[in-house]
Design a protein around this ligand. Structure first.
Ligand SMILES: CC(=O)N[C@H]1[C@@H](OP(=O)(O)OP(=O)(O)OC[C@H]2O[C@@H](n3ccc(=O)[nH]c3=O)[C@H](O)[C@@H]2O)O[C@H](CO)[C@@H](O)[C@@H]1O[C@H](C)C(=O)N[C@@H](C)C(=O)N[C@H](CCC(=O)O)C(=O)O
Ligand SMILES: Nc1ncnc2c1ncn2[C@@H]1O[C@H](COP(=O)(O)OP(=O)(O)OP(=O)(O)O)[C@@H](O)[C@H]1O
Ligand SMILES: N[C@H](CCC[C@H](N)C(=O)O)C(=O)O
Ligand SMILES: [Mg+2]
Length: 489
């Protein structure tokens, strides 16, 4: 593709030459440049991509998109905002793949990974070919790719959509993080369905205020647009979360609501918890069907209702929704049980916000017949305000809370733990900085029918300390501790 064709829709401030080279690839990382690449220079959080312009030229780049005039001899197109330009160029270079796909974006503080997996199960059952993009991985056509971000930068995202469309994918379920929305990673993505799970405090290190955070989330709904031609457009909103009223105003698309209240279009009724799941009646308009969800917790009913709504507006029948939700497989690190024959329960869960911890602990407390222990920490270089809150919630539900390290990143683990302990109101807690020792300790205390919750890291297989990713998997550490105890018995 010629440079000018690729950039014809950009708002261009300056062009260094009228030379119009052929572009064979688009790159935002100078290290990946090959002969014929277009390099888009981004000002990042760590480094400024503009400082790699000369390197890009030496490696054979044909042209550069930048926010300033550069001292290179290849064509430079100066734009106001390289991130915006990148999203437009990427969509164009990969021939607008999302025009060919039914794209379902899921946003909200908690439940995105779970909801997208439930959507995947429903679409698989309906024999549609669905691609998944999110925290755990990108997955389509029987292949799985590692994720660095929950929502990738626009360039990788558009390439992924193109590969999906070429592989015969028809529908995509993707997690859309608030950071991705704020940074414009999904500009250029033509969403058909936008789903909102809930909003509670998180990521305030990044967004600073809850209003900014809310605003970032609302971008998914404001960019959803109107329904035109034969294209499906729908905003799927959780009516029981007050933020939905604002999102309803933000979107021009038709709205379908879900929730437990009577006012919802898609309703969950007659909830009944069992140790292995939740029975409820799924009502859509005047249709209703009983459903035996193999997931515990009221919050998972919300996730199921969100997934059911997205599937319903995409044309999938209630019967298919029922059978696929009933057969849903466990999601890695989400209420994942570690069971090697011990007589107490060990649950690994990704609750790393106050609201998710509250939900998971409430659910466990409702089901437990004996003592409940929780091992939990908070990530470093992340929202500090959630630390005392999470500690308070942990000790309020558990008979004993063991506070430990999550991913300390660049922070002193003792300092993070001090922030947590500032929130406690009882003495039902202990502090053990080393996460392996904390898990060992919890397991050494358990007796028959007790429940141990290990929260915060879920599926993660590493612990990040000062930029180094050490192998660490709560499920493996718990298994070893249980085995050690069983062998000593
Ligand atoms: C704060 C943030 O969002 N950072 C993202 C950002 O990194 P960055 O700004 O530090 O990039 P940088 O290293 O400064 O590089 C700037 C530019 O120079 C280029 N470069 C760099 C080096 C070089 O030699 N040559 C070169 O050209 C880079 O390719 C880049 O284009 O761009 C990277 C590439 O797209 C992202 O992977 C990275 O996400 C990091 C890993 C991150 O932790 N992000 C978090 C905040 C995030 O986005 N989280 C949400 C999920 C949260 C949730 O689910 O709860 C997410 O969607 O993942
Ligand atoms: N609808 C929900 N409401 C509140 N808490 C939830 C909900 N669904 C899941 N959780 C809790 O939040 C944790 C994370 O769930 P999930 O991974 O689905 O969310 P997420 O939005 O993808 O999170 P992240 O932004 O970190 O990727 C779960 O392990 C569970 O404890
Ligand atoms: N996407 C979230 C995940 C947090 C997981 C938790 N284990 C932590 O490290 O804080 C974040 O990066 O804030
Ligand atoms: Mg997720």
């Amino acid at each position: 593709m010629k440079l000018y064709d690729l950039t014809e829709d950009l708002l261009v401030f300056q062009k260094s030459t009228s030379h119009n080279p052929t572009i064979t690839s688009v790159e935002m990382d100078s290290r990946k440049i090959q002969s014929g690449s277009l390099f888009v220079a981004l000002r990042g959080f760590t480094v400024d991509g503009h400082s790699f312009a000369e390197q890009a030229e030496q490696k054979g780049a044909s042209a550069i998109i930048a926010e300033e005039v550069l001292n290179v001899s290849i064509p430079v197109i100066v734009v106001k905002d390289s991130y915006r330009a990148l999203a437009q160029i990427a969509a164009k270079f990969y021939d607008d793949p999302t025009k060919q796909l039914n794209v379902i974006g899921v946003t909200g503080t908690n439940g995105k990974t779970t909801t997208t997996h439930l959507i995947e199960n429903i679409f698989n059952e309906a024999k549609r070919s669905l691609g998944l993009i999110g925290t755990l991985y990108t997955k389509y056509a029987n292949e799985t790719f590692e994720s660095k971000n929950t929502t990738p930068e626009s360039l990788l995202l558009q390439k992924t959509f193109r590969d999906m469309a070429d592989a015969g994918v028809t529908d995509v379920a993707m997690e859309v993080s608030s950071q991705a929305l704020a940074l414009g990673r999904v500009r250029g993505t033509d969403f058909n369905v936008a789903v909102f799970t809930n909003l509670t405090a998180d990521h305030l290190d990044y967004h600073e205020t809850i209003d900014n955070y809310k605003h970032a989330k609302s971008l998914l709904f404001s960019q959803l647009g109107n329904r035109y031609a034969d294209e499906l457009k729908a905003a799927v909103l959780n009516i029981d979360d007050p933020v939905s009223a604002e999102l309803m105003q933000a979107t021009a698309a038709p709205v379908i609501t879900y929730g437990l209240s009577d006012k919802a279009d898609v309703r969950g009724k007659n909830l009944r918890q069992t140790p292995s799941g939740t029975f409820f009646t799924l009502e859509i308009g005047d249709q209703s069907i009983d459903l035996d969800l193999k997931m515990v917790g009221r919050f998972n009913v919300y996730n199921a209702l969100a997934a059911a709504s997205a599937a319903y507006v995409s044309g999938i029948s209630l019967e298919t929704i029922k059978s696929s939700l009933e057969a849903s497989k466990p999601i890695p690190g989400r209420f994942e049980t570690v069971n090697i024959g011990q007589d107490y329960a060990v649950i690994v869960d990704y609750a790393h916000t106050a609201d998710s911890l509250d939900n998971i602990m409430q659910t466990v407390k409702d089901l437990a017949t004996k003592n409940v222990y929780v091992v939990v920490g908070c990530g470093g270089d992340r929202d500090r305000t959630k630390r005392p809150e999470m500690a308070r919630i942990a000790e309020s539900f558990a008979d004993l809370a063991i506070f430990t390290s999550d991913n300390p990143r660049s922070e002193d683990p003792e300092h993070i733990l001090r922030d947590m302990v500032a929130g406690v109101q009882t003495n039902r807690y202990e502090v053990i900085v080393n996460r392996t020792e904390a898990i060992d300790y919890a397991i050494s205390k358990a007796t028959k029918d007790d429940v141990i919750v290990i929260a915060g890291k879920g599926h993660e297989t590493y612990q990040e300390v000062n930029g180094v990713f050490h192998d660490f998997d709560d499920r493996e550490v718990a298994k070893e501790a249980i085995m050690k105890r069983l062998s000593q018995a």
